[in-house]
Design a protein around this ligand. Sequence first.
Ligand code: NAD
Ligand code: UFG
Length: 345
Amino acid sequence: MNILITGGAGYIGTHTLVELNNAGYEFIVYDNLSNSSQASIKAVEKIINKDVIFQEGDIRDKEALKKLFSKYNIDSVIHFAGLKAVGESVSTPLEYYNNNVYGTLCLLEVMKEFDCKKIVFSSSATVYNEIDSKNYIPLTENNPIGNTTNPYGTSKFMVERVLKDLYISDNSFKIAILRYFNPVGAHESGLIGEDPSGIPNNLMPYISQVAVAKREYLNVFGDDYDTHDGTGVRDYIHVLDLADAHVKALNYLDLMANNNVPLIVNIGTGIGYSVLDIIKAYEKASNKKIPYKIVNRRLGDISKCYANPTYAKEILNWEAKRTLEQMCIDSWRWQKNNPNGYKKG
Ligand code: NAD
Ligand code: UFG
């Protein structure tokens, strides 16, 4: 029995391959390499000391998917493939809906055709609305969703709806929707990690490039939020803890009986750290000064966002284990050893 990992050459995908291998699962990676390269797969092979079956291709190419499903006995899918830059999605919404929504429809149609009915989907905390309201923090899974503020978030919300409707139409589908908070860190080998192209949008990759002297200083977007030090607060989760949640979700689906509504679960630590907290922790881990400037708030940002992770513990027996210190140490090791990511030189 094989698991198809769409987007498996990417940041979260590669770490999940390592955890799946540790848990004894067999998998096939399918990725169009639009935001990754095969170097990440080579690095995974080094870590797990085993070849990885990799097929380059797009989830929107149904014929290629059908070939894959015909060739391998695919029992379930972990679906990471998609575009993920919030700001970019505002300027190119059609690309985002095409990749993330239409792409998922293609995948689901082929899965149905081949009677493959187990899927774990990468959703995001961004689907929640009114998350700034004191009534809602920490966020539980039954918090209202859907009042999204950018096409990326809307695409995740739309796919959640598609999956719920698919289950209603055919309740032999077994579906897990994981709402990730802010994944950071890297595998402790320093061989795989986050490799953003161009200027990083997210905080930790930006800080790590400042630490390695690729960038001069960090812009801190606002210090007048209603938080303990005025800077934005988020729920940062080690990518290996997140990867482990996929293994647990898959186990759960394997044991799940038919007629079970989709599992929807927050994957976070439940702890909120501010931008200044992260800078401090990173300075300690890297033993480098992180110069920063306070600038205006970033459009669309909220003051705080962190999970109530109790349901994940209850239903999946999963909880995040790694500390912020570990996240920074592992991120720094990856950055220091690979200042240009997977690119040589
Ligand atoms: P990533 O960009 O590193 O990985 C995504 C992979 O999908 C890439 O390797 C890319 O080449 C591939 N891909 C994109 N479009 C494709 C297509 N049409 N067909 C085949 N492959 C395609 O991103 P990541 O951080 O690993 O994120 C994985 C998933 O988790 C995404 O769906 C993302 O939206 C979601 N997510 C990420 C975060 C985060 O902060 N990293 C937070 C919440 C949710
Ligand atoms: N920040 C800075 N400077 C930077 C980058 C970020 O001060 O250069 C601040 C932000 O204002 C925010 C915090 O650092 O307060 C975290 O920002 P990120 O961009 O790292 O993360 P977000 O919470 O904004 O968004 C991330 C992903 C989204 C996902 C969301 C919830 O980018 O895709 O988490 O899961 F939807």
